[in-house]
Each structure stands twice: as C-alpha cells, then as structure tokens.
Design a protein around this ligand. Structure first.
Ligand SMILES: Nc1ncnc2c1ncn2[C@@H]1O[C@H](COP(=O)(O)OP(=O)(O)OP(=O)(O)O)[C@@H](O)[C@H]1O
Length: 235
C-alpha cells in the first residue's frame, strides 16, 4: 500500500516545476520530501492527491493509478495541504463530523473524539475553527487527514506554525502513524527529518538530486549533517 511515481512532470508555461521525477514510498516508513522554496514539493504532493493534473507521467497510490483510478486512489490518501483550507465558520467537532460523513464512517462520534484526542485538540474542541491559533488549526488539518484511517498520508509542512512544545507531540504522532502507513512529509526543518524520517528525497528545481535512506545519505556524505548535505545538493 505504498506510492510509486514514474516520470511525473508538471509544467507551467515554460517552467518545469516538476521535471520527470520517479520514486517509491514504502509502507511502514516515513519519507522526508525536502527541497528549497519553489523546488516543486507542493506541486508533487498536489498531483499525488489528485488536486493538480500532471503534464505527463504516472503515479500509483496503493496500486491505484492517480490518472485512471483517481477516486479509488483518493480513498487511500489522507492529505494535509500546505495552507490548510478549513471552514473557519464551523466548530471543530462539526467540521470533523462533516469530513467523517463524506467518508461514510461508522461510529463517527467516537472516531471524532478519538482523532481530537490523538492530535491534542481536546482543550480547543468546542471552538470555531476561525478562532483557533495557527498551531491548533494545523491540528484540525491533521485530524481531517487521518479521520478515515488512510494507508497513505501526504503531509505538506505538517508542523509549520507549531510551538516547540506542540512540535514534539505532533512529531511523535506522525512517527506512530508511520509504523503502519506510508507517510510522505515535506518540511524545511532538518532536525525534524533526523527525528522522524526513514528515507529522504531532495528535490531541486523540479528534479530529484538525492533519494536514499537517512542513514544511506549520511554515509554517502561522510556523516555530514543533513543541513550541510542539503546545502551542498541544492545551492
Ligand atoms: N499555479 C501556478 N502557476 C504558475 N507557477 C506555479 C504555480 N504553482 C506553482 N508554481 C511554480 O512552480 C514552482 C514549484 O512550486 P511549489 O509550490 O511546488 O514549490 P515548493 O517546493 O512546495 O516550495 P515551498 O518550499 O516554498 O513551499 C515554483 O517556481 C512556483 O512558482
């Protein structure tokens, strides 16, 4: 139930935002998807989740083609977009109930309470989403991504906006979820990658410049820190 990407591209006019990338993401592993601003991370994630049509290439999510079996593929995905577009007029529970209903989940009230607890939203659960701080909104985004217990999680900068205390809890949650799911996260925080990722892809100007395990990439680079390796490959 992993992800397989083959020669995936997205062009904007003359710009190759994503330029024929290929990679696999495996179940039970967390893949860190890294790259400088504008490298093509969000564009890739939006193609994998069906929000953006590729210019060319193909990808499969849990063996379902994102092109020819898009609805089937989507059922396997939980997605946290970069700028979580949440319904700000809705209450937290109301929103999660609404999302759960679209997946036709059974025992929905119980599942909503469960995900609220998992992402640490309990103290804020009775508020309207528009009243929440950025970090708590991010948690609502994470809750909606996992509510249907998908096999594949695609998280675009999941810890942006979280304070250092919140970071630890959410990282631990992602690590836990990664034990039996395929997880791709994009992040600019190298410490985070070292803390939770098993595998690393670095993308630069739309092309993959590194694709290895965390241990492998360090071994291949004299045990340099990931920050040094990142700069070397993307400067
Ligand atoms: N709708 C669009 N129209 C034109 N160009 C776009 C569009 N969306 C993205 N791009 C361009 O595609 C490139 C890749 O953007 P993308 O958002 O995928 O980068 P990113 O790696 O996610 O960056 P960041 O780390 O800043 O979030 C950028 O040069 C961006 O300007």
């Amino acid at each position: 139930m992993g992800i397989s990407v083959k020669n995936l591209s997205r062009h904007y006019d003359n710009q190759k935002a994503v330029d024929s990338i290929s990679f696999d993401a495996k179940p039970g592993r967390i893949l860190g998807f890294l790259g400088p601003n504008g490298a093509g991370k969000s564009t890739t994630m939006r193609m994998l989740t069906g929000y953006l049509k590729p210019t060319s290439g193909e990808a499969e999510i849990a063996d379902k083609s994102i092109l020819t079996q898009a609805i089937e593929a989507k059922k396997h995905i939980g997605y946290l977009p970069e700028n979580t577009p949440l319904y700000t007029d809705m209450y937290v529970k109301e929103f999660l109930n609404f999302v759960g209903q679209t997946y036709e989940l059974k025992n929905l009230a119980h599942r909503v309470d469960e995900v609220i607890n998992m992402v640490g939203l309990t103290p804020e659960q009775h508020k309207k989403i528009g009243m929440l701080s950025k970090g708590y909104r991010q948690r609502v985004g994470l809750a909606q991504a996992i509510i249907h217990n998908p096999d594949v999680l695609i998280l675009d900068e999941p810890t942006s906006g979280l304070d250092p205390n919140q970071l630890i809890g959410i990282r631990a949650l992602i690590k836990e979820l990664g034990k039996n799911k395929t997880v791709i996260i994009s992040t600019h925080i190298m410490q985070e990658v070292e803390a939770i990722c098993d595998d690393i892809i670095i993308i630069n100007k739309g092309k993959i410049v590194a694709n290895d395990s965390l241990d492998g990439i360090k071994k291949a680079n004299n045990q340099d820190s990931l920050e040094v390796i990142f700069r070397k490959l993307t400067a």
